[in-house]
Design a protein around this ligand. Sequence first.
Ligand SMILES: [Zn+2]
Length: 492
Amino acid sequence: MTLRLFNTLTGQIEPLEPGDGKALRMYACGPTVYDYGHIGNFRTFLQIDILRRFLKLTGTDVRHVMNITDVDDKIIRNAGEAGVPIGEYTERYIGAFFEDLDALRVERPEQIPRATEHIPQMVALAERLAAVGAAYQTEDGSWYFRLKSFPEYGKLSKKDFSGMEDGARVDVDEYEKDSARDFALWKAVKPGETSWETAIGRGRPGWHLECSAMSMEYLGESFDLHCGGEDLMFPHHENEIAQSESVTHKTFARHWMHVRFLLVDGRKMSKSEGNFYTLRDLLLKGYKASAIRLALVSVPYGNQQNFTFDSLVDATKAIERLRTFRERLTAGKFLAGENPVIQEAAKNARVKFIEALSNDLNTAEARAPIFELARTANTAMDEEEFFAGDREAILPVLGDFDAVFDVLEDRDAEPTRRALAWAEKEGRLGDVAPELLAAQSLSDERIEALVAERSAAKKARNFARADQIRNELAEKGVVLEDSKDGVKWKRK
Ligand SMILES: [Zn+2]
């Protein structure tokens, strides 16, 4: 089934298919690596991950390029304040970014170019722009894009810039809509700043030029899809279109996908409001990476999401339900045969799942039939009307669900452990939830030993001691489950 996706450029939901009939060529604006990523950033990367996983599930290969902006105004300012070269400054945040993506199980794009490694391509694009009269140099040696040379400016964000003043300039990378002016392509070197000696002078690239040069380098002058957060639509994406189409006279990206804002507790996330969270902040509060992933993808990308801690609690419970269901399904012993009601329910769940995602990636509608299927099957198992053939019908449906949502395997211990190690190194153990610290204070070996001692106590009919151990472990966030195969334990 073909994915139908809202296209910001045309304002319509349209089929998304590879232009070359082979692989979908897509570009996503990557992080500017001057700090740790916040959950608003990660919502965007997660929703793009849902897109690429769904395309692959339904048989479309993807060629996904995501840049790393490792030189810009903020990076230069912060590295200068820290007294280190920008490469050294950005390296730790690049490492942290990939660690965070791994924690959230975001698949790696096929190519991840860095801005500082593509200066020649950017210079070449600036030269081409100058050759067609779309770029000019100012007295200080900087280069600007001449907005008046591109009458279609505003076609993506649907803003009217016809009244703007010719020659008014802006040299910062980020600016508000009322200051749509000629923007910097190349910034002449300032004392103490990182710079490159090039054919267009000594300096450094503007942010917008980076993405045009790198996307066209890897995907060609015209490609299928460009994605990013809605905050990038103007001016960044508008500028990318202007820079690219001015020299190629081809449609830069045919389809544009914008992930809408994340609010936290109903307000814009900001450090001064006290509602600003990085992924690491949430892990240290004791929330699991899988729950964060599910919470951040469960509201469709085209809707604004209001993130709350309750939504994380709900996601934790939802994942627990599905994992328990799958466990029951795989570990259970069922008689041969099929229950037609379950067979039908499994078939319907898969159809609804695929349909919902095909319809503009409606993740909320896609997860619902899977939970419904689990409920129906659980009831059938309780009533002993569930058979081996039903398991065979349901497992592939769960497989498809997890190919996109990827929360069924319990891989939560590792990201939490890494976040704790990071907090310790950064002197942030004070931010860690007490329960989490307590749970981590017990080594796996110590837990195993206590579990064994409890089993021995039970055998010896010393139930008081057995209960005491169970309670001690519970206080430290370790939950025991008695099953016929013995005792299982896990950290809450
Ligand atoms: Zn970009």
